[in-house]
Design a protein around this ligand. Structure first.
Ligand code: FAD
Length: 368
């Protein structure tokens, strides 16, 4: 006899939205979470009054009105606009690449001057068919931007030289010919006041949650506990890695509390030279315009993934996509299992896409 309608594996955003909607429709949900906290990668922890993004900086941004209105039921969002800074040696640049960046780099003032400078550098490089990422980037933005803002950062991220990386990784490098440092082009943007964890806690109200509980161990002892399973863990793990491992890129976070009130004056600072081992430093208080007397910073280091490491970014190259498709075929044959979220779909999703996908799964499930 099933005790629950849904066994939901994972308390990240996908699982939590699904649980909220199913509970609202009178269904009983049991949530299993392997970690010792809910929220998946959007989990925030309060340290000295500062909401620390434990799994990397999370800025909510969307152009999907339904999703924006949905998430606003569970939190009030502030007016944070993501405007990252790049540090290259002693030089400080605005991101994304825009007129402030070009002006700082070349001392120019107008869009026409910036366009001419880039066109001149692209022409001088004379690359017709880029053979690697370096050539691809130079053929798109010219030498200066590549050298100071793309090269070192990308090499750290991938752990190898841009000359040894395939050109397809960078399809385009957006250039903005306005003085606009807003990183995102979306209609709505912000940070939930009080962090993301309270949103997840509200979404999970009315369900039962078991922390520190791994699905694969649990289900052996409790087969048939629910009518259906919503699985938001890793796709290849669900099938016992029977076809092989899907590859990811990983990250290492080093968090430090500092006895000063302001470390870097901005939430996100990218370090674009190869010599600095971290790619970014996040100063969490600036996401919520914090005025606390101390601060918390996190250095982000790229990490080569190996089985067992935390999976952050899927490597959607041809080899991995072929494997993922074979797993997806197996998933399609699983009755009574709904696969959802970034790990089970082996896709990079922003938070708004995860919410939209969970709401879509609910519509399908309840024919509504
Ligand atoms: P997850 O959050 O990973 O949740 C899955 C949960 O399942 C986890 O808690 C995991 O512990 C649990 N689980 C897995 N396997 C098992 C098992 N066998 N048993 C029990 N539990 C299990 N998006 C944005 O919109 N804006 C941003 O600025 C942004 N920044 C990001 C920065 C980084 C570094 C990363 C990696 C992602 C970022 N994202 C951002 C994307 C965002 O994190 C995801 O969209 C979102 O967290 C995905 O939610 P999910 O539920 O699919 O997965």
């Amino acid at each position: 006899m099933e005790s629950y309608n849904y066994l939901v594996v994972g308390s990240g955003l996908f699982g939590a939205v699904f649980v909220h909607e199913a509970t609202k429709r009178g269904k009983r949900c049991l949530v299993l979470e392997r970690r010792n906290h809910v929220g998946g990668n959007i989990y925030t922890e309060n340290i000295n009054g500062i909401n620390v993004h434990k799994y990397g900086a999370h800025i909510f941004h969307t152009s999907n009105k339904e999703v924006w209105e949905y998430i606003n039921q569970f939190a009030e969002f502030n007016n944070y606009i993501n405007s990252p800074i790049a540090i290259y040696g002693d030089e400080v640049y605005n991101l994304p690449f825009n007129m402030n960046t070009f002006s700082r780099m070349w001392g120019i003032k107008t869009p026409a001057e910036a366009k001419a400078k880039i066109a001149q550098q692209v022409a001088e490089a004379g690359i017709k068919e880029p053979k690697n990422l370096e050539e691809q980037a130079i053929s798109l933005v010219g030498y200066d931007i590549y050298e100071k803002l793309v090269k070192g950062y990308t090499e750290k991220q991938w752990g190898r030289s841009c000359r040894d990386l395939p050109a397809f990784i960078i399809k385009r490098l957006p250039l903005r010919f306005t003085y606009d440092n807003n990183y995102f082009n979306d209609r709505w943007q912000g940070i939930p006041i009080g962090g993301y964890t309270p949103i997840i806690e509200k979404l999970l109200e009315g369900s039962e949650v078991m922390l520190n509980t791994d699905y694969f161990t649990f289900i052996k002892e409790n087969p048939g506990i629910a009518e259906k399973t919503v699985f938001t863990g890793m796709l290849d793990e669900f099938f016992g890695y029977s076809l092989g491992h899907l590859e990811w890129r990983s990250l290492r976070f080093e968090t430090e509390e500092l006895d000063i009130d302001n470390f870097q004056g901005n939430a996100v600072v990218n370090y674009t030279s190869r010599e600095v081992p971290w790619t970014r430093i996040i100063e969490h208080k600036h996401f919520e315009f914090g005025t606390q007397p101390t601060t918390v910073i996190t250095r982000e280091y790229p990490l080569e993934w190996e089985p067992g490491a935390e999976p952050y970014y899927p490597i959607n190259d041809e080899k991995n996509e072929i494997l993922a498709n074979r797993y997806r075929e197996l998933a399609d044959k699983c009755e009574n299992v709904i696969f959802g979220g970034r790990l089970a779909h082996y896709k990079y999703y922003n938070m708004d896409q995860v919410i939209a996908a969970a709401l879509e799964a609910i519509r399908k499930e309840f024919n509504s």
